[in-house]
Design a protein around this ligand. Structure first.
Ligand code: NAP
Length: 255
C-alpha cells in the first residue's frame, strides 16, 4: 500500500505550501493534488516532480468527488495526510450573490470537506492526520462576509468534534485558523461590491501558517492559530459579547 497525502486546493496559496512541506518531509511516497484548473496542476507537477499526482476535481460537484472516492477505493492507498485546503470567500453584501453562488461557497467550503473526510477515513491508519482549513473568520459572525465566516465556523466545529470521535482510531484532526494571508484568495473574493472588506490587518505568509499547522498537527493539537493578532482575536471572541465583536469588525472596515 502506497503511503500518500491528499491535498485539496494544492495548486495555489497555502495548499501549495503544504505540498512543499510534505515533499521535504519524506513521510509520504505520493501527493495527490486536487484542484480544478488543469494547467495550474500541471505546472505544480512540472515544478515538483513525479511524486505529485494531479486530479482535476470540481469540489462543488458531489458526483465528481464521489468519482474521486471510487479511485481511492480502487488504489487502496495508506492515507497518511488529508489536507482540505480548497475554499474561497466573497467579500460583499448578502444580496450581491445569487442563491446558486451562495450555495456553491457552502458546497466547496463545507460539504466537500465532509465528503473528502468520509471517503478518506477508511484508508487512514493510526498516526494519520486530517488538517482542515478554517479561518480567523470562524471566531465570530462577520457582516459582509456572512456566509464565508459561517462556513469557516462549521469547519472549526466539525473538525474539533470529529477529532474527539477519531481518537480511538489514532487519527488526529487539526483545524487551521489563519488570519489574512498573501494568496490568490482576494482575486476571487473582491467582486467590486459597494460594501466590501478592505482592512487586511496583520497579513502573513501562507508558508509561515502552513509550517506552524504541520508542527501543531504532529504535536496532536486540535487547533492551529498562527500569530499574536489572530491569537488575541481568538481570546477576545471568547470573552466579549458577539455583538461587540461585530461592532469592532465594522469599525475596522471603511464602509
Ligand atoms: N488567504 C487568506 O487570507 C485566508 C485566511 C484564512 C483562511 N483561508 C482559507 O485557506 C484555504 C486556502 O485558500 P488560499 O488563501 O490558499 O486561496 P487560493 O490561493 O485562492 O487557493 C484556493 C485553492 O482552492 C482551489 N479551489 C477553489 N475552488 C475549488 C473547487 N470548486 N474545486 C476544487 N478546488 C477548488 C483552487 O484551485 P482551482 O481554482 O484551480 O480550483 C486553489 O488551489 C481556503 O479554505 C481559505 O478559506 C485563507
Amino acid at each position: 500500500m502506497k503511503k500518500i497525502a491528499i491535498v485539496t486546493g494544492a495548486s495555489s496559496g497555502i495548499g501549495r505550501e503544504f505540498v512543499k512541506l510534505l515533499l521535504k518531509g519524506r513521510e509520504v511516497e505520493e501527493i495527490w493534488a486536487v484542484a480544478r484548473n488543469k494547467e495550474k496542476l500541471e505546472r505544480l507537477k512540472n515544478r515538483f516532480g513525479a511524486r505529485i499526482k494531479t486530479y482535476s476535481v470540481d469540489l462543488s460537484d458531489l458526483d465528481a468527488i464521489l468519482k474521486f472516492g471510487e479511485m481511492i477505493k480502487h488504489h487502496k492507498p495508506d492515507i497518511k495526510y488529508l489536507i482540505n485546503s480548497a475554499g474561497y470567500a466573497k467579500f460583499c453584501s448578502y444580496d450581491n450573490l445569487s442563491i446558486r453562488q451562495t450555495l456553491n461557497m457552502i458546497d466547496v467550503n463545507c460539504s466537500a470537506v465532509v465528503v473528502m473526510t468520509l471517503l478518506s477515513i477508511p484508508y487512514m491508519r493510526r498516526g494519520s492526520h486530517i488538517l482542515n482549513l478554517s479561518s480567523q473568520a470562524s471566531f465570530q459572525p462577520l457582516p459582509f462576509q456572512n456566509v464565508y465566516s459561517s462556513t469557516k465556523s462549521f469547519v472549526r466545529n466539525y473538525s474539533r468534534a470529529l477529532n474527539v470521535e477519531l481518537k480511538e482510531k489514532g487519527i488526529r484532526v487539526t483545524v487551521v485558523c489563519p488570519g489574512w494571508m498573501r494568496t490568490a484568495l482576494y482575486r476571487r473574493a473582491e467582486i467590486g461590491a459597494e460594501k466590501t472588506v478592505n482592512n487586511f490587518f496583520g497579513m502573513t505568509s501562507p508558508e509561515q501558517v502552513a509550517g506552524k499547522a504541520m508542527r501543531d498537527a504532529k504535536a496532536g493539537k486540535d487547533m492551529s492559530v498562527y500569530g499574536f493578532y489572530v491569537k488575541a482575536s481568538h481570546l477576545a471572541a471568547k470573552i466579549l459579547p458577539q455583538k461587540m465583536m461585530m461592532k469592532l469588525w465594522m469599525m475596522q472596515q471603511d464602509f
